[in-house]
Design a protein around this ligand. Structure first.
Ligand code: HEC
Ligand code: HEC
Length: 220
């Protein structure tokens, strides 16, 4: 056999193994997900709303996030690609099937309102809206909307919805990227953007997205 044919066989075998693995996990089931999520409610709440914690660590809203995005984040916590002391033990408790199930469970919940935008000034919200929808070419900041979608409601599994997400959570994530503490995004798209943002810009855009409401059909 020529090397090329062997190479082709290797690819086929590889593809077969991959399909075999995928078959072992059934599509996520929201009912099983609810059972697997029993321990999650302490922080993410029974309705998936999470909580903005002004002086502490905010718990992100999971309700209405894309299932594929939730799965990716749980795999990343489990593998240590994304690090957080509060969250990692809980990701470690889930097997592959439970990850698919909790993702299905939270993704079908309606988006809940977010906290942390209430005390923002008019000027801050105006600046936040500018960064979100138009970016700032003087600082080479692309609009958030160009990836996170119009209204910030997310695009597919790669670009999560950030509208109606807690300001405290958005802020910590932007600082984490800025300080190279979060890097589970293969192309480091967020790292490049966060490093160009001042702390004031981070506050402004976090407050603006937190104060956006999302209609029932707004996120998938
Ligand atoms: C002790 C509190 C706590 C518990 C319990 C908890 N989490 Fe979390 N979770 C967090 C925190 C804090 C973060 C944000 C981590 C960070 O800043 O990177 C988070 C982040 C996440 C994310 C990423 C969200 C995003 O938008 O990127 C997912 C998904 C998630 N948790 C799912 C779960 C699931 C499923 C469970 C239950 C099996 C669970 N969590 C239990 C605190 C908790
Ligand atoms: C070039 C594309 C791109 C642009 C522009 C962009 N993002 Fe992102 N963003 C991403 C990707 C990709 C992820 C998911 C990272 C991952 O997979 O962990 C993300 C994730 C996030 C998250 C984490 C959400 C969560 O639930 O964990 C926040 C917060 C965020 N972006 C805020 C912003 C803000 C604010 C802006 C504008 C200043 C912005 N992004 C602009 C690509 C982009």
């Amino acid at each position: 056999m020529s090397k090329r044919i062997l190479g082709g066989l290797g690819l086929l075998l590889g593809a077969g193994l991959y399909a075999g693995n995928a078959l072992a996990v059934e599509p996520g089931d929201p009912e099983r997900g609810q059972a697997a999520a029993a321990t999650c409610t302490a922080c993410h709440q029974a309705n998936g709303s999470g909580m903005n914690v002004p002086k502490g660590e905010s718990w992100p809203r999971l309700a209405g996030l894309d299932a594929g995005y939730i799965e990716k984040q749980l795999h990343d916590f489990k593998a240590g690609r994304r690090q957080n002391a509060s969250m990692m033990p809980f990701a470690n408790m889930l097997n592959e099937q439970q990850i698919a199930d909790v993702a299905a469970y939270y993704s079908q919940m309606p988006v809940t309102p977010a906290g942390g935008g209430e005390s923002a000034s008019e000027a801050e919200l105006t600046r936040g809206e500018q960064l979100a929808n138009r970016g700032d070419w003087d600082q080479y900041i692309v609009s958030c909307k160009s990836c996170h979608g119009p209204g910030g409601t997310g695009v597919g599994s790669d670009f999560p919805g950030i509208a109606s997400q807690h300001a405290g959570y958005i802020r910590t994530q932007l600082h984490a990227w800025k300080n190279d503490e979060r890097s589970n995004d293969p192309q480091n798209l967020m790292g490049a953007i966060a490093k160009r943002m001042s702390d004031d810009d981070i506050e402004a855009v976090a407050a603006w997205y937190a104060s956006q409401t999302v209609s029932a059909e707004g996120e998938e």
